[in-house]
Design a protein. Structure first.
Length: 626
């Protein structure tokens, strides 16, 4: 290489280095500015205290999906994204926070009434909404009225609205109650076009988790199982709503003909149809509704009714840091929400090691006398599920009772981690069971040659390269397939044995209700898969009784944020509350538009999360409801 060329290359790399350092400096400066702005917002708004008028309405304006535990998000990345106007992905609201706010308002003499503004409420399972509904019922029992107002009530919004004394609808509004369905996306043709081969190893007639990769439609067995539990949920929904609204269950329109007939009678007016069907009580403009509330609680300086929002009232009710009384005994609550994965996972997923660490933390805490494992999971890694199960057994051996409390779903791996507990509680609408396992391997031996790529080589044994992903490029021969199927069958036997030992059932008895089939909590109780039906509060009381506790506190055992993460999180929350950061919540109507791309993304994210070291999974795909 000539000296001239060498100098040119040096100058080129030097220029690239300067550009990189300059870019890095700009990014770091932007980050510093964002943090300074957040600190300034926190400091200068520190004296802004929430004031509740002497007579006021609590506006329950919930934004996002109802969850047991908020998923973890990087506070720094979130701060930068939102400061630049980026959209917050799928906002979430804790059910426990909503319940605390409503219960406090029930005894607050300043709060005269409640307004349900559910326009920004996302999804929520029946068990979560029932917990909030119970709190609303307590509020009403204190002699306080509840009013709902909205332009559109979807199924989730309407369920909560049915607890109101009066449901009001905008003149151009609508109510849509469509029932429950399960409509997975199927990839067989797409994989064939891409020349990707799918190898499935499973046990269980009803284990349909792998069907989307093998078929273009839902199998008869999956349809049979799914329609059974979906019909139970829909019946439960209708019975509850009909009772609160004072009409018959057959008032729900479940066919196009029935809906068309009623709409024709209302001359195509959706809001009038809702009134005629007694789904709502009145059609009102926003101004008319405001005047009605002003007559009850008075008018403020902004010429609307005196009120306090959910977020503001929560600041008074829910302290930033919970005080832990070191003198009282505790019932520990650990939330297992999301897909079960091997290793460590942040909130929003169930890491085998990280959840086991929380259970171990509870075992080593002398003040925690009993534990409630709150499960909201469709399963995942069988290995990680067993890691969690082992820690549950150690808790029991330490003399601390463990109660499983099932939320919306505790199926497959979610049931695996429930089985070793002292007692299993489920909601009537819990989706559980799905006792079965599978292995899934995609290979591209037919796709690579079409791209001009080939893999070849030698190994000292037939097994060489199997753990390094060689089957992805060369496919699986029959011997390898037999090996994987044997491992899956062994895993299924272990699943049956573990459940049988903990439920006092034989393997044959468990197998009859297993085979990957999904059940509701009510049916699971009949089949002996759960012990009792009840809420999280019921499970906590049961845990306290088993530990012989009369006076106790509830302690949520969770992963701790670092001091810097906690500071940025609090600053971000304060900045958003003051309006310095945009609130980009997605409405229920907008969410419908993203269904297709959302399902595609979720399916492939799920595949990426499958990290069981043995490639063995206990997961329920059909447990998601559309």
């Amino acid at each position: 290489m000539t000296e001239k060329k060498s100098g040119l290359i040096r100058r080129l790399f030097s220029a690239i280095g300067r550009v990189y350092r300059g870019f890095r400096s700009v990014i770091l400066n932007l980050l510093f500015i964002c943090i300074v702005v957040l600190i300034a917002v926190s400091v200068f708004s520190g004296d802004d205290k929430v004031e509740v008028p002497p007579t006021a309405a609590l506006i329950l304006n919930l934004t996002g999906d109802l969850v047991e535990e908020k998923r973890w998000t990087d506070p720094v990345a979130t701060a930068i994204n939102e400061s630049l106007g980026g959209q917050e992905e799928a906002p979430e609201v804790l059910v426990s926070d909503v319940v605390k706010v409503i219960n406090k308002a029930s005894t607050d003499n300043r709060i005269q009434t409640m307004v349900l503004d559910l326009s920004m409420l996302g999804g929520g399972s029946l068990d979560k909404m029932q917990r909030i509904g119970d709190a609303i019922t307590t509020f009403k029992a204190a002699g306080k009225k509840v009013f709902a107002y909205g332009g559109f009530y979807g199924q989730t919004q309407y369920y909560l609205a049915s607890y109101a004394d009066e449901i009001n609808l905008s003149p151009m509004g609508a109510v849509l109650l469509e029932g429950y369905g399960s409509y997975p996306m199927y990839y067989k043709n797409a994989l064939e076009k891409l020349k990707i081969n799918t190898h499935v190893f499973r046990v269980g007639t009803y284990k349909s988790a792998v069907e989307p990769f093998l078929r273009n439609d839902m199998s008869a067995e999956a349809k049979e199982a799914n329609i059974a539990w979906l019909a139970e949920l829909w019946t439960d929904y209708k019975v509850q709503v009909a009772k609160r609204r004072g009409f018959e269950v057959d008032n729900f329109d479940e066919t196009y003909d029935a809906l068309l007939q009623k709409l024709q009678a209302a001359e195509g007016d959706l809001s009038q149809y809702a009134v005629d069907a007694r789904l709502v009580d009145a059609i009102k403009t926003r101004e008319a509704f405001r005047r009605d509330l002003i007559a009850i609680v008075g008018e403020n300086d902004e010429h609307t009714y005196n009120h306090v929002t959910f977020a503001d009232y929560a600041k008074l009710v829910i302290p930033a840091q919970q005080f832990d009384n070191p003198l009282t005994d505790k019932v520990g609550v650990i939330v297992a929400r999301g897909v079960i994965v091997d290793g460590h996972a942040k909130a929003g997923a169930v890491g085998g090691d990280s959840t086991a660490a929380l259970l171990r933390k509870a075992r080593n805490d002398d003040k925690i006398k009993a534990v409630v494992l709150r499960i909201d999971s469709p399963g995942g890694s069988a290995y990680a599920s067993e890691v969690i199960g082992q820690e549950i057994r150690l808790l029991r051996e330490a003399g601390k009772p463990v109660i499983a409390s099932m939320g919306a779903v505790a199926a497959s791996g979610g049931y695996w981690i429930a089985a070793p507990t002292n007692e299993i509680w489920a909601a009537p609408t819990t989706i559980t069971g799905s006792i079965g396992i599978f292995g899934l391997i995609h290979t591209a031996e037919n796709a690579l040659p079409s791209l001009g790529l080939n893999v070849d080589g030698v190994g000292t044994t037939e097994l060489a390269g199997i753990s390094g992903g060689l089957p992805l490029f060369q496919g699986l021969d029959n011997k390898a397939k037999d090996l994987f199927q044997l491992l899956i069958e062994r895993g299924y036997t272990e699943f049956l044995t573990m459940v049988g030992e903990n439920r006092n059932m034989s393997n044959a008895e468990v197998d009859k209700v297993a085979q990957g089939r999904v059940w509701t909590g009510t049916k699971a109780l009949e089949l002996g898969l759960v012990d009792k039906l009840g809420t999280l509060d019921d499970a906590v009381k049961a845990a306290a009784e088993k530990a012989g506790l009369n006076n106790y506190d509830i302690k949520v055992v969770q992963q701790d944020l670092s001091p810097s993460e906690q500071m940025i999180k609090e600053l971000l929350g304060e900045a958003k509350a003051q309006g310095w950061l945009p609130n980009n919540a997605v409405s229920a109507e907008q969410k419908l538009l993203g269904k297709l791309t959302q399902q595609l993304r979720q399916d492939f994210v799920l595949l990426n999360q499958f990290n069981d070291p043995n490639g063995v999974y206990s997961y329920c795909v059909s447990c998601s409801i559309n």
